[in-house]
Design a protein around this ligand. Structure first.
Ligand code: PBG
Length: 324
């Protein structure tokens, strides 16, 4: 039995009734704001490929993190650009490295916000790959130890959550064991579990100076054509001890967020709306070809509707001001 008994428009009559039956809503408490940290002082340097995004030194970062906290956003995620890069990514696990200094400064000066650190080697290796390189190969097992050292070093600086984004096999377990061994049993792991070899990371690689100097990341990041494999990757990370799992990118991967949500009830899911997603919308908005604000809200709502609990987005601070 359909029309005229059924008239779905009854529930769309006005905003009051629409708001009563709305299935999904955006909340500042679901959002994480990313930041890029560089050496130096008083640095506020625009990222060309990401209008409205800047790279900060530790001192200027502190002010931005305070603003983020005051907007009600519960967490920031930090990416570091070191003074120097080398084949062993020593800057990644240096207790005096850029991220370690940034985390310590935030923990000293800003209350009431969680600090998540991206755990990866690509910003710290001279070749720009996320693992150690032997010939043309990105080697898995030898990389695990360096990732674990990096995570422990972030925890020692005060990180609340570490987020491995390298896509080496077994890294969640290696990191969990190392954290526990050092007494950081309460530091959580947010794993980039289903991370695709995506071209949407282009603008980020300018911001983080992390483009690989040869080849690409397809021998460790996932094939964009695969969905079933995401279920496997997420399952392995949960078994290895991930507290939160992530799907990345978000917008072209809403089906993956949904299938992960339906496959695993036991963990929160984060979705990373990446640099390319940000820049497409930002630049189209500046060109006047889309209604910027409503497109941003529609896209972020769709990511929640797909099943994400947490959204990592460069729009977080701006959206928080709109939601107030
Ligand atoms: C590090 C890392 C990347 C991103 C997050 N962590 C880049 C990459 O894998 O090349 C991308 C984030 C973005 O595009 O916003 N491995």
């Amino acid at each position: 039995m359909g029309f005229p008994i059924h008239r779905p428009r009854r529930l769309r009559k006005n905003e009051l009734i629409r708001s009563m039956v709305r299935e999904t809503s955006l909340d500042v408490k679901d959002m994480v704001q990313p930041f890029f940290v560089v050496p130096g002082e008083k640095v506020v340097e625009p990222v060309k490929a990401m209008p409205g995004v800047f790279r900060y030194s530790v001192d200027t970062l502190i002010e931005e993190v305070k603003k983020t906290r005051d907007l009600g956003i519960p967490a920031v995620i930090l990416f570091g650009i070191p003074e120097k890069k080398d084949p062993l990514a020593t800057g990644a696990y240096d207790d005096n490295g850029i991220i370690q200094r940034a985390v310590r400064a935030i923990k000293e000066k800003v209350d009431g916000i969680l600090v998540i650190t991206d755990v990866c080697l690509c910003e710290y290796t001279s070749h720009g790959h996320c693992g150690l390189v032997k010939g043309k190969e990105i080697v898995n097992d030898a990389t695990l130890e360096l990732l674990a050292k990096t995570a422990v070093s972030h925890a020692r600086a005060g990180a609340d959550i570490v987020a491995p984004s390298d896509m080496m096999d077994g890294r969640v377990m290696a990191i969990r064991e190392a954290l526990d061994r050092e007494g950081f049993v309460d530091v959580a792991i947010m794993s980039y579990s289903a991370k695709y070899a995506s071209s949407f990371y282009g603008p980020f690689r300018e911001a983080a100076e992390s483009a690989p100097s040869f080849g690409d990341r397809r021998s460790y990041q996932m094939d964009p054509a695969n969905a079933r494999e995401a279920i496997r990757e997420v399952g392995l990370d949960i078994e290895e001890g991930a507290d939160i799992v992530m799907v990345k990118p978000a917008l072209s991967y809403l089906d993956i967020i949904r299938v992960v949500r339906d496959s695993y009830l036991e963990v929160p899911i984060a979705a990373y709306s990446v640099s390319g997603e940000y820049s497409m919308i930002k630049i189209a908005g500046e060109a006047g070809v889309i209604d910027y604000k409503s497109v941003v809200l529609e896209v972020l709502t769709s990511i929640k509707r797909a099943g994400a609990d947490i959204i990592i987005t460069y729009f977080a601070n701006e959206v928080a001001t709109w939601l107030r």
